[in-house]
Design a protein around this ligand. Sequence first.
Ligand code: F6R
Length: 609
Amino acid sequence: MCGIAGYVGPRNSVEVVFDQLKRLEYRGYDSAGIAYLNGQDIKVLKRAGKLSVLGALLEEAPPESHLAIAHSRWATHGPPTDINAHPHFDQFEQISIIHNGIIENYLDLKEELVRDGHVFHSETDTEVAAHVIGQEYARGVPLEEAVRVGVKRLRGAYALVVISKNEREKIVATRNASPLVIGLGEAENYLASDIPALLPYTRQVVVLEEDLIAVLTQDGIRIFDGQGNDQSIEPIHIEWDIAAAQKGGYEHFMLKEIHEQPEVIAQCLAGRIDEKQRIRFEQIFSEHVWHEVDRVNIIACGTAYHAGLMGKYLFEKLLRLPTDVFHSSEFRYGDPVLSPKSLAIFISQSGETADSLAALRVCKERRIRTLGIVNVIGSSIARECDRTIFTQAGPEISVASTKAYVAQVLVLTMLALSVAQVKEMPGVRVTECVHALRSLRERAQEALTLEPQVIELAKQFFDAPLFFFLGRGVDAHVALEAALKMKEIAYIPTQESPAGEMKHGPLALVEPGVVAVFGAAEASVREKLVSNIREVQARGGTVLAVTTRDDAIVPQATDACLAVPGTGFEVLDALLTVIPLQLLAYHVARLKGCDIDMPRNLAKSVTVE
Ligand code: F6R
């Protein structure tokens, strides 16, 4: 997500941290800033836009300092503006903070602090964290103690870096579910969110473990836990070159992004489920609107369209709300019939897809309510929709979308549950589903452990002439997404359809060598699915099933099976089955030697018609 840099030592620290930020540019960002010690004060320079804008500011009056921290921000709370850019000060301007991640309880903390007279300048959760730690610091304790005590009040995912104008020799850092690495030098030390920012300076690295606090000075580092107990420091030597380091050691961005999905789930849920298990979105229609909406139209392209199909499944199953899903390119020229009380939902990772934007403008002209589900803050779709929910998946670099899809389906799930809460829908097991959402991150982590099995299957299947992707109910929607991944990165033709449709035509394509992948998360139709599996096997096709671990029916009938942990909710189970299917496409493509992150003929953001 965002980038963090820090340096203390004899060099010009501002130059060093600016260079570190440049090495994190590939991750995407929308504003950047630096804090450095200047005379008796901390000086902060920050700007929205590219690093070159901040760079021009530094060139005007090149600052010199032995200690600096820097940040490149990818907006989550508040748009990308100069004011929302990091670093942020505390109430008393004694300390300055940069932060990656999301503070879930920042609104509650902010209310409390405002009651105590605190004044905030930005819309960010980070400034709230600065004030919380600043409050502790004002009691006269050392900076690391203020951080140790202050972070106990923060809930969420964070990597936090703090400096003080009174303790001019140290940088203090801590983290929870958001990475931080320390680079060790000779009489100098470095800090970064990612290893590529350290490699030009040092290959001796300490990975800061969760919930530990680090104090960096020119002469050394100290690491201790939340109780103040010192921890041993075990540096590792990094052999990776810069390109490998940018991918976090993974061979491709796509693989990195697949593996980031447990983290993305945590980020997407962060701050959206309160103690009473109620779903809360920051920017959403008031409750009466949900009573008024008589129809939902979901409009999107490609993978986002597939997420939309999951939305239809949810809205109709949980809310009994009629829902249609349109390809944006069809919607914009299709003269759709739109009820004035309907809601149009636009799903887009980039927020810039030309067809989706044009379809949105059609709805605006027709005065239909619009809601965006978008990943990139400040993007056109996010700006033009009446309301927007951000997926909080972080920048997606691989052309083939993976983590954005998971986050889109999660937002749709939370949205359906929140409407069920508002409308007090009888029979919807909201609380149980919220519990399942809370444990989804761990379940996704378990699903990733199927990778060695997937690699073996990829070796068996990589030269198949044709893949079928099939399923019933919610699995039919996942089948479309799994097929898209296989075609776009492995260039293998696919045939995807509801399993029951096979005998109406596609079955003619089955012959020895063809692989049919059946999704079986939808427990109520597993016996029917077995009949479809038999139809494929009888014609010489090989069958792989992706199902949940408790499925006693489908695995009996198939040639191979991948089982993900169950959640008790079919949509979430189906969402987990997408993880081994993404991995299957990836490993098949890898064995075929395809250009995985940049597949032929495709672009990441489709801004042309
Ligand atoms: C497939 C993929 C595309 C996008 C589509 C929409 O892996 O990435 O199908 O999903 O181009 O893009 P966004 O979501 O940016 O509107």
